[in-house]
Design a protein around this ligand. Structure first.
Ligand code: PLP
Length: 455
């Protein structure tokens, strides 16, 4: 059965409304307090402070209601106050907020592992470990791959984003702002990380190159520069997130994963952003039937509570000695309860179908817009993970200025839009999967008007 909007119920009025200029007085006061105490290195895209959020609406402390097309970076797929998640969190917290799974364990951790082993691709024997953040999951996936293979080298890709810790900064492709800035760098970075060319259909020199050929290009470089038998892991986002919502050409991921298997290389799919119904499947690798050896998850996993996970082949994960994996907070009981509730909501409302429905509504409109506006170079994505890449009209020259102007114009009208991309020229859409059709369409209308007015 396909979920329709009327099956979803909302606590807040699902309507965009801006009361005069913003940031309003209360947000302005908070911005002043913040400047005195919060480090400048943490910045916010939207200068208002949140008081409430539900469905597709984020309401600020001055009573402005914004349409949320970002989900706090792909996190609140079930909404920011899904009743099932809220109830599960309240109940879990009323019993115990923490004991540490490594000290006195509890059922929620096991139940989440059972769900992840069931939902991730492949019917092989699997094991799961829980952590707190996406970066921590990535770090641990690489730890496991290195120990299990006895090899050091890790292959990542152009435009990759894997986090902000030392190893994940090294895996991440983009220098500014993640690895360095005008006042200096965050290095030295972790060694034995090698970067290979991605399949980026819009920006290929040879637009005819197939996914299999793009994989061959990377594989040849790996063989020449590292040696396949030296590589512990290949880590890749099946649809790249921060790097620009890049969907590799069909065949790229299957060819890469098949070669990894042949060479005994652990194929890690970083699904931190693309997982949990975001692309219309539980995981983005499902679109091409790829079965990763290890999959990293976070963001959408727990309805907004901090939780991350790695799920992978039992022989790999069980290669690690007892005590070799863990962490004080990993698999926090309240976060586990939230994850179980969020997964329940995804299944109950068939949010994979909702994501495909969002794609149907949004992709059509974006393609129409692209036919009218020559500054739209590319429209791409899957499910509710969609993007437009903006260029100087008549070329492929990235247009970051226009991208910024469009996001700012949308915000002025009460629509939260995120940008991304190696060149800062991609507008990405990540609405909560529970957003109503009406709100989504209103948000897309605002986006279309902002692009037309600024292009
Ligand atoms: C956000 C993200 C991460 C890092 O997750 P954090 O929870 O911010 O540490 C890693 N990989 C991908 C693909 C991401 O989108």
């Amino acid at each position: 059965m396909t979920a329709t909007a009327h099956e979803l119920s909302y606590r807040l009025d699902q309507k965009r409304s801006i009361n005069g200029a913003f940031p309003g007085p209360k947000s302005q006061a908070l911005n002043e307090r913040r400047a005195a105490v919060v480090a400048a290195g943490v910045s916010s895209g939207v200068p208002v402070y949140v008081e409430d959020a539900d469905g597709g609406i984020v309401r600020d402390v001055d009573g402005n209601s914004f349409i949320d097309l970002g989900s706090g970076i792909a996190v609140t797929s079930v909404g920011a106050s899904d009743p099932a998640v809220v109830a599960a969190v309240q109940d879990a917290a009323a019993h115990f907020t923490h004991t540490c799974f490594m000290v006195t364990p509890y059922e929620g951790y096991i139940a989440v592992a059972e769900q992840l082993n069931r939902l991730t691709p492949g019917d092989h024997e699997k094991r799961t470990v829980l952590f707190n953040s996406g970066a921590e999951a990535v770090e641990n996936a690489v730890k496991v791959a290195r120990l299990a293979t006895g090899r050091d080298a890790v292959v990542a890709f152009d435009h990759a984003y894997h986090g902000r810790t030392n190893l994940t900064m090294a895996l991440t492709a983009k220098a500014m702002p993640y690895k360095s800035g005008p006042s200096g760098g965050f290095g030295p970075f972790a060694p034995e990380v090698y970067r290979m060319p991605m399949s980026y259909p819009f920006r290929e020199e040879n637009p005819e190159i197939t996914g299999a050929e793009a994989a061959k290009r990377a594989i040849t470089m790996i063989e020449k520069q590292i040696g396949g038998d030296q590589v512990a892991a290949i880590i890749i986002e099946p649809i790249q997130g921060e790097g620009g919502f890049i969907v590799p050409a069909e065949g790229f991921l299957p060819a890469l994963s098949a070669w990894a298997k042949e060479k005994g290389i652990v194929f890690i799919a970083d699904e931190v952003q693309s997982g949990f119904c975001r692309t219309g499947e539980w995981f983005a690798v499902n679109h091409e039937g790829v079965v990763p050896d290890i999959i990293t998850m976070a963001k959408g996993i727990a309805g907004g509570l901090p939780l991350s996970a790695i799920t992978g082949r039992a022989d790999l994960l069980d290669a690690v000695h007892p005590g070799g994996l863990g962490g004080t907070y990993g698999g926090n009981p309240v976060a586990c309860a939230a994850a179980l509730a969020a997964i329940g909501t995804m299944e109950q409302h068939d949010l994979n179908a909702r994501a495909r429905h969002i794609e149907e509504i949004a992709l059509g409109r974006l393609n129409e817009l692209a036919a009218e506006v020559s500054a739209i170079g590319d429209v791409r994505g899957r499910g509710a993970m969609l993007a437009i890449e903006l260029v100087q009209a008549g070329s492929k020259e990235p247009n970051a200025e226009l991208t910024k102007a469009v996001a700012a114009a949308c915000l002025q009208e009460g629509v939260i839009i995120l940008t991304c991309g190696t060149y800062g020229n991609v507008i990405r859409l990540l609405p909560p999967l529970v957003i109503s059709d009406e709100l989504l369409i209103d948000g897309l209308d605002v986006l279309a008007a902002a692009i037309k007015a600024n292009a």
